[in-house]
Design a binder for this molecule. Structure first.
Ligand code: SF4
Length: 374
């Protein structure tokens, strides 16, 4: 796969670097940034580090040197996505047999593909915003009060593995009162450019932690960056057994690995089997959709990622061959292994958000509809 080409040809690329620099140097702007999970295992390659090495601490430190005012991790948004998407899945299972599964919604390349080639599937795509957009809405809400007392304006930036995210950020659906929840998206490669531009010695920089109050996230949120990760995070949430053994069993369900199509079955409750499909690459998605539409295959849940391998191999990441992709995937799972919080619902931040800002506003801040008639 070519590093410069988005899997969805309809998505054009625009660089926001100049505007981001301008915002950073403007004292009237509070520039807040979030970093997607997949960025941490690929960016180091541009600084002679091994593929798959988790450099999130160095990224946070570099972003501080660049002048960003608050630095957060999109894995928080991924935790929010699973809190919401797992509710949708359980509702779908309760409703009984349907020809179509619940499709994931976090990849804008896939959404664009469905909108242009498979409009009939739009009602079956999860209404969850992507982690970037959920978190973007939460960030803007969080700083709203502070902005008016301090007389500044919050500018929300996201470091993402692909250019499709730029397109997503610009969509009307993600504007509230005509203001986008994410103002600018810069890719991993563009962040490398910023770091090099001001001469930060990335190899030497000491790792730092993200800022409060959004500094806690689960390992389930981190693995969103690799094919199968969204599903594994959702499975961790929906299974009743929360023991360490159950967590280990989920690891071996068949959701991991770089194959373009993975199928597995999961027992959620007694007598209840959930059939799951995981596809990455739009050609694989198309083949699976054909089987679903013809009735040859039936699934309850299908994860679709437009890039083969998932976001670790996004078009905004450093160029990757098979070895780098495998190493990056491993890097994601290692990051999960060392995280104390393994499931989204165990993240104390979720509890405080759901009891606070999100109490009566989950629909407004966390959901979206791509169906024009809605
Ligand atoms: Fe972007 Fe990830 Fe989708 Fe690729 S798989 S288009 S990197 S969101």
């Amino acid at each position: 796969q070519c590093a410069a080409v988005c899997p969805t040809a309809a998505i054009t690329v625009k660089s926001d670097l100049k505007d981001v620099w301008k915002a950073i140097y403007n004292p009237k702007k509070r520039v807040v940034v979030q970093v997607a999970p997949a960025v941490r295992v690929a960016l180091g390659e541009e600084f002679h580090m091994k593929a798959g090495e988790n450099v999130i601490g160095k990224i946070v430190a570099a972003l501080r040197r660049l002048g960003f005012d608050a630095i957060f991790d999109t894995s928080v948004g991924a935790d929010l996505t699973i809190m919401e998407e797992s509710k949708e899945l359980l509702k779908k299972l309760e409703a009984g047999e349907n020809k179509y599964p619940l499709f994931t919604s976090c990849c804008p390349g896939w959404i664009r593909y469905a909108e242009t080639k498979h409009k009939e599937l739009l009602p079956y795509i999860s209404t969850c915003k992507s982690p970037m957009e959920m978190f973007g809405a939460v960030i803007k809400e969080h700083f709203k009060g502070l902005d008016s007392t301090e007389g500044v304006e919050t500018v929300s930036v996201a470091i993402m593995p692909c250019s499709a995210k730029k397109y997503e950020a610009s969509r009307e659906e993600f504007k509230r009162n005509d203001i986008p929840d994410v103002d600018y998206v810069i890719t991993t490669i563009e962040l490398v450019k910023m770091i090099k531009e001001i001469g930060i010695q990335f190899e030497e920089i000491e790792p730092e932690a993200p800022d409060m109050p959004f500094s806690l996230y689960s390992g389930a949120g981190v693995i969103f960056g690799v094919t199968g990760g969204v599903t594994e995070a959702a499975v961790r949430r929906v299974v009743a057994d929360k023991s360490p053994k159950a967590l280990k069993d989920i690891e071996f369900l068949g959701l991991r690995g770089m194959e373009g199509v993975k199928v597995c079955e999961l027992q959620v409750e007694e007598n209840s089997i959930v059939r799951i499909g995981v596809v990455s690459g739009l050609a694989n998605a198309e083949a699976l959709i054909e089987k679903i539409e013809s009735g040859e295959e039936h699934f309850d849940f299908v994860e679709v990622m437009a890039c083969p391998g998932g976001c670790i191999a996004g078009a905004g990441q450093p160029f990757s061959h098979k070895e780098e992709k495998n190493a990056r995937a491993l890097g994601m799972y290692k990051a999960d292994k060392v995280s104390q919080i393994k499931r989204c619902e165990e993240n104390p931040l979720m509890l405080s958000l759901y009891n606070g800002m999100l109490k009566h506003r989950t629909h407004e801040l966390l959901h979206v509809s791509y169906r024009k008639e809605d």
